[in-house]
Write a protein that binds this ligand. Sequence first.
Ligand SMILES: [Mg+2]
Length: 388
Amino acid sequence: MKILEIREKTVPLNSAISNAYINFSQMTASIVSIVTDQYIDGEQIIGFGFNSNGRYGQGSLMRERLFPRIYDLSEGDYQSDNLDNIDPFKLWNAMLTNEKPGGHGERAVAVGTIDMAIWDLVSKIAGKPLWKYLSEKFNKGNYDKSVFVYAAGGYYQPDKEVDGLIEEIQSYIDLGFSVVKIKVGGGDVNIDIKRIEAALNLLGSGKKLAIDANGRFNHEQAVTFAEIIEPYKLRWYEEPGDPLDFDLMSTVAKNYYEPLATGENLFSLQDATNLIRYGGLRPDKDILQFDPALSYGLVEFLRIIQMLESSGWSRKACIPHGGHLMALNIAAGLGLGGNESYPGVFEPFGGFFDGAKVEGEIVKLHDMPGIGFEGKSDLINLLRTSLK
Ligand SMILES: [Mg+2]
């Protein structure tokens, strides 16, 4: 069972959308494939991965440091103990050889991208969907056959007024979503309040609307905004301030009764641990959004789950960022609280397999071996044609 070749390419993921912090006009993503000497039904087994949206392509880091460390291994170095598969933990350890702790940034994204391709590979070799493989290996055979999903959108776009936002939310409702998230913090607070009220008017309840400030506010702005929105009883208030400012988060938590959410920009077990230690978050209501594809992959995410459970948190508090198939498999197989979705945005990486239907708040799973990319035609076509 040998890894023959690892391929990568940076592809554009550009779009006219903006959140409170960045626009996506120059955005890119890395795609990766790992080619093996294994065949099933005459077809060579290849694992695919990509980096989750919001961080740029990681090609040079992968080519210069991570791929050579895998190529340096012999076959026996990465085989599972019973020799029937590849061991993601062994490959992970090899990728992180001679890397100092801390300063996680882009390195965590590069490792997370390769880690995705490794888990795709491993579950294909096992002949199982990744969610099933994970449930058997790490969740005592338990899994959720349907997963809570919400539509993340409501970006700022040139010439998009409140009417445009309402049209967008209506399109999500038409697709079957009942919970929607919109951006705030992009400028004038009064405009944000108009956006929130218009969205609430359409959705009918605060529990169906989440808002995301993408880390834009300072302490004072974050608390003031919390006071303004508290009466709406929203589903959650996401990333009010800088993701690494745990004191700010703790201050907001002291001054805001309704649920908070954060974690998509924390890229390591240590950062996640610090959030739990110092962020003042409340295990009975707050949401954690660590995105395995941006933060050293599923290998590190499994350690994060362990840390959470030994700190009095439930894994159900995790609703990963990313809106991709990898996070859907993880949510189902490990029994998390749900998954994000970006209908029509970040295509072809966003969204689930062809024909996947959202009914109410739930999406059902696939039965294909691996992560399920082969069931999403636009994505598998891009991966196959770009990584020849
Ligand atoms: Mg967010």
